[in-house]
Design a protein around this ligand. Sequence first.
Ligand code: UDP
Length: 239
Amino acid sequence: ADGAGTRRRVLLKLSGEVFGGGEVGVDPIVVKRIAEQIATVVDGGVEVAIVVGGGNFFRGSELQHAGMDRARGDYMGMLGTVMNCLALQDFLEHRGVDTRVQTAITMGQVAEPYIPRRAARHLEKGRVVIFGAGAGMPYFTTDTVAAQRALEIGCDRLLMGKNGVDGVYDADPRVEPAARKYVSVTYGEVLRRRLSVADPAAFSLCMENQLPIVVFGLGEENGIARAIRGEQIGTVVAS
Ligand code: UDP
């Protein structure tokens, strides 16, 4: 990546669901806890970029089922992600972390536009960059955007924070109690066994470009901080 130094650079994907603590809207206690974990590792010198989802507000597919136009619903979903970005930005700045929000839909009063080389410069300066509004395009997901941004700005790893699961299992743990969690697994094995890691577009971007994915549970004690530091947590998916 342009100007990348020797420091590690990671992309953290946070689902919108976690921001709402299971409800519609933003739960300040949850967001504060997330911000605190991120603040501890940024002090430690890892460059952190973040993509946040918006499932705690709207999902285009759900609005479509309720009778709305899909693309318009998707735009509502994207706008929802921006509210999560601003909440996370606020709590990070309270902790003294410098941040920038960049959105794929231009809204100059609240965020910078997405400019990859500028994002890289922010990261080099120790700022946390939070990407909002997904890809700015309907029919995409924030998982896919996370993979794309990670590749474009040269991240070493894509950290997928999950609600409800803490890694990749050889079968669905909710159905098969004997399912076992992988410490690491290859892309090929994930495909062969049809294991769920990320949405297919996101997964294939990572596989084609050999970007390792770390799937970990957001419910784990200090999970975000450990994943960013590169400690063994969850499952690593790589070649
Ligand atoms: N979305 C979109 N294009 C994008 C990213 C998101 O249309 O590039 C819309 C889509 O409707 C999606 C919603 O925004 O359902 C919220 O994003 P997502 O479902 O990925 O959030 P998460 O599940 O991570 O909370």
